[in-house]
Design a protein around this ligand. Sequence first.
Ligand SMILES: [Zn+2]
Ligand SMILES: [Zn+2]
Length: 254
Amino acid sequence: MFVDSHCHLDFPDLASRLDELLARMRENDVSHALCVSVNLQDFPRVRALAENHPNLYASVGVHPDYENLAEPQAAQLASLADHPKVVAIGETGLDYFRLKGDLEWQRERFRQHIRAARQCSKPLIIHTREAAADTLRIMAEEGADKVGGVMHCFTESWEVARQAMEMNFYISFSGIVTFKNAVALKDVARRISLDRVLIETDSPYLAPVPHRGKTNEPAFVRNVAEEIAALRSIPIEEVGRITTHNFFNLFKAA
Ligand SMILES: [Zn+2]
Ligand SMILES: [Zn+2]
């Protein structure tokens, strides 16, 4: 069995085909998926997915790429997370690739999310792009290690992985690890202890080989597991078993 630890099933291209996607998860032994919130306006739809399907979970948070929103406050996020199927705070973090200029608001928003996670004792889902040093620094300053979480769609160096793991974080591999040119990332996937690894699709983005270019979906998390198994020369069942165990251990999902 496999779990997709990060997808966006509330996005229109996926939401309109939900039954088909759930069926394909079953056919591919993908037992569960975590539907990750990107803004508070759409959060009720994310939460509804988790309420209506026993094998779907939700998170609550505001993605760093969403500009010009009412800034979420820690207490507000923590209170929205007070729900049995809302298992994490995020996605949150820093993205210096998509947005430029004075991004102090992004860093402040990230701090609010870490404080919320500490208030409600739920783990963090962290997105970081071209901002690893600031991400790690703010994690340390705000005590993110008290709650832990996951560095989602990981594309950074071994050194960044190591520092995140020291702060109680898991490393989640997406379809990017299947891409031919992802040489350094494949190396991280070979080297890391499997008991710190999660797998994800980040659907609808970043479909893994051999589906590259198509709309991604949770069933394709199997291809991510397959790649990690091949890189480590171990059976795919072992990758499935350990990453599923890690998912339930981190998110305390029931
Ligand atoms: Zn992300
Ligand atoms: Zn995402």
